[in-house]
Design a protein around this ligand. Structure first.
Ligand SMILES: Cc1ncc(COP(=O)(O)O)c(C=O)c1O
Length: 464
């Protein structure tokens, strides 16, 4: 009897080959594909409602077509024109790693069940810890993204620095810190009032004097300052906080220093990034997002912790039904360091691209992004009518049409995105509407940035 849930080897190959063909065609078409296709989004999405099928579909090509149609609406986050929010791209080698990981379907969160695969993940974490010169005591976890990494960092800092009754604990972020930090603090049980958003200086870095006064004031009023969050690249503009000064303050005030490098962290691979992140080796924990700075598919974040024992103390809870499992040896039982038990094998998604392309390929790509950003920034800065309030520290160009109302800035963004060759997003800083272009995708090269510059200039001219 044939089991429909277990196709024979020929069917397996046919299914796999049709998926590979689909992605190869999709990738080949990316340079010419529209950067966004928002209008038909809801109408196309509606086609994917309907009753659950009792019988399976035998026409694989039709199913592939259905998936391809779904991918053709919205913003093309995989394409070279995607400059909105924080891009990432999505390396094909990582998609293959995911296919392999799911195909083998081994369980890596306890080492004994798949020791060599668990070691691959541990090795990846060691490589990343080495990138930041963290000591041998360091460890970490691969998470679904930066938000979950920030969450585990806050829980670890709370557990390390505060008593069980932690209601007086206060944490310090800047006004430019990503909202996932505040969200994590709330999820970790802190009242919103205990999340202190410190003002920034004009360059959008945390104001050290304001921070120091606030910490001392809080102590005087009976609060328990315990955590300081530094940005290694803010989402809005890529601003980098003065990390070594913050490290010194954290030492003096006995605070946990967490660095949110979800967007910027991988620029540590470049000389320019390394210089900006001076002092980061003193961090107690660092959030990274390989699905941004390493161009991996969504679903790959990372938390590095200087002393992995702290991470384990914050997350480990015993369970009787896991009593057969070997205690951790040289390889960690990752589940003891994270909120998750069952999960995907994320390590292969990081390991295979690094093995296949070499770290140098990532370094070169990130240097290219820094150069492209400079090119775009200078091009806009030298064009009359544009205002660029901040020189990019990493790869975000923030701009607006000078002396114009918010409605005009919105229309400028709409006109730029209507080109369908690039897709940008906006933000609000100090009450002002700001357009931003973030250059991170591995598929964005000089030709697209030259085109972007032309499109932005033409859109501004059209405004009169
Ligand atoms: C600085 C920063 N931190 C945290 C996050 C959250 O990361 P994720 O979207 O992977 O959860 C982001 C996302 O853009 C970010 O830019």
């Amino acid at each position: 009897m044939a089991y429909p849930l277990e196709p024979d080897p020929d069917q397996l190959k046919e299914l796999g080959e049709s998926a590979v063909r689909l992605i190869a065609d999709f990738t080949r078409g990316l340079p010419d594909a529209p950067a966004s296709n928002m209008e038909p989004g809801l109408e196309v999405a509606a086609r994917y409602r309907g009753p659950v099928p009792e019988q399976g579909e035998s026409d694989v090509a039709r199913l592939m077509e259905e998936i391809a149609t779904a991918s053709a609406v919205g913003a093309d986050t995989a394409g070279p024109g995607y400059l909105a929010y924080i891009p990432g791209g999505g390396l094909y080698s990582a998609a293959i790693a995911d296919f392999l990981a799911c195909g083998f379907n081994r369980f890596v969160n306890v080492w004994e069940i798949a020791p060599a695969f668990a070691q691959i993940e541990a090795t990846v974490i060691r490589w990343l810890a080495d990138l930041f010169d963290l000591p041998e005591t360091a460890g970490g976890i691969l998470t679904s993204g930066g938000s979950m990494a920030n969450f585990s960092a806050i829980v670890t800092a709370r557990r390390t620095k505060l008593p069980e009754d932690f209601g007086a604990g206060t944490l310090y972020v800047s006004e430019q810190t990503h909202a996932s930090v505040a969200k994590s603090a709330v999820l970790a049980g802190f009242p919103r009032a205990n999340i202190r958003a410190v003002a920034t200086t004009l360059d959008l870095r945390i104001d050290l004097d304001a921070l120091t006064s606030l910490i001392r004031e809080d102590r005087r009023s009976g609060k328990r300052p315990f955590l300081l969050v530094a940005n290694a690249g803010t989402t809005n503009t890529g601003a980098v906080d003065p990390i070594s000064d913050l490290a010194a303050l954290a030492r003096t005030e006995d605070l946990w220093l967490h660095v949110d490098g979800a967007y910027g962290g991988f620029f540590q691979l470049t000389e320019r990034g390394r210089t900006k992140f001076d002092g980061i080796a003193a961090a107690d924990s660092i959030t990274l997002d390989p699905h941004k700075g390493m161009f991996l598919p969504y679903g790959t974040g990372c938390l590095l912790v200087r002393d992995r024992v702290r991470l384990r103390e914050a997350h480990h809870v015993q369970a009787e039904y896991l009593q057969d499992l070997a205690p951790e040896a040289e390889i960690p039982n990752f589940t003891e360091y994270s909120p998750e038990l069952s999960r995907d094998f994320r390590g292969l998604r990081v390991w295979l691209p690094i093995k296949l392309h070499g770290l140098g390929a990532f370094r070169d790509a990130l240097n290219e992004k820094l150069d492209l950003t400079r090119y775009l920034y200078e091009g806009l800065r030298d064009t009359p009518g544009f205002e660029l309030p901040w020189e990019p520290e990493l790869t975000v160009v923030a701009f607006r049409q000078g002396e114009r109302a918010e409605g005009d800035q919105r229309r400028l963004l709409e006109r730029i995105n209507a080109s369908k060759r690039v897709f940008l997003s906006s933000t609000t800083i100090a009450g002002r509407f700001i357009l931003r272009a973030c250059v991170v995708s591995h598929r964005t090269h000089r030709d697209r940035i030259e085109e972007a510059l032309g499109i932005i200039r033409a859109a501004a001219l059209a405004a009169g």
